[in-house]
Design a protein around this ligand. Structure first.
Ligand code: IMP
Length: 193
């Protein structure tokens, strides 16, 4: 079994990624390695923020580490909320507030197309690598479902009629932005062994 640090404290994300990577990988979160600091996401894009978190762990703890930064990009809003997805409705990072703010901003707009984008940064002793995953879809007219987290109740992936919050983990872990980026990471790690 191979141990990897995933620079997150989001238990949902850690669980999703661990499920996709499978039993040959043991995933440790920031809490597991005793990293209690809130690593500021101050970069102007997802790539920069992902690198910032993974580099921090590598420098401070000396462990190979990967991190993810993800965002929702909505066409009719010029790609917003993008890098500001977590705090779209304010610093409280409240998922229901974020969803309601998004729905309000889309009122009267006919184009509801959107995509989730995840960028993983892997920082190893001698190199840094980025892996991207995109999941296209559209924003629902109202929140639906109770599963998942964040914007799952308002995001309907392409080729489906229900939100991620209704579709559940089995579907999400096959087609999500994070699933695609995780598969790329897994392919790289397996090829390296
Ligand atoms: P971060 O990558 O933790 O900074 O997350 C950015 C924002 O995107 C947060 O508000 C998350 O809730 C949201 N987000 C990221 N991935 C997903 C997802 O799979 N479903 C719903 N929301 C997500």
């Amino acid at each position: 079994m191979r141990t990897l640090v995933f620079a997150t404290n989001n238990a949902h994300k850690a669980q999703e990624v661990a499920q996709i990577l499978g039993p040959e990988f043991q995933i440790k979160t920031l809490r597991d390695i005793g990293c209690t600091e809130d690593i500021d996401e101050t970069a102007p894009d997802l790539e920069g923020n992902a690198l910032l978190k993974a580099r921090y762990v590598k420098e401070k703890f000396g462990l190979d580490c990967f991190s993810d930064d993800s965002g929702l990009e909505v066409s009719a809003l010029g790609g917003a909320p993008g890098v500001h997805t977590a705090r779209y409705a304010g610093p409280g990072r409240d998922a229901a507030d974020n969803n309601n703010f998004l729905l309000k901003n889309l009122e009267g707009k006919s184009d509801r197309s959107a995509q989730f984008r995840a960028v993983f940064a892997l920082v190893e002793a001698d190199q840094e690598l980025l892996f991207e995953g995109v999941c296209k879809g559209r924003i629902a007219m109202a929140p639906q479902g109770t599963g998942g987290f964040g914007y799952d109740p308002v995001f309907i992936p392409e080729n489906y009629e229900d939100t991620f919050a209704i579709l559940g983990d089995d579907v999400k872990n096959r087609i999500s932005h994070r699933a695609i980026a995780t598969e790329k990471l897994r392919a790289y790690l397996n090829a390296k062994d």
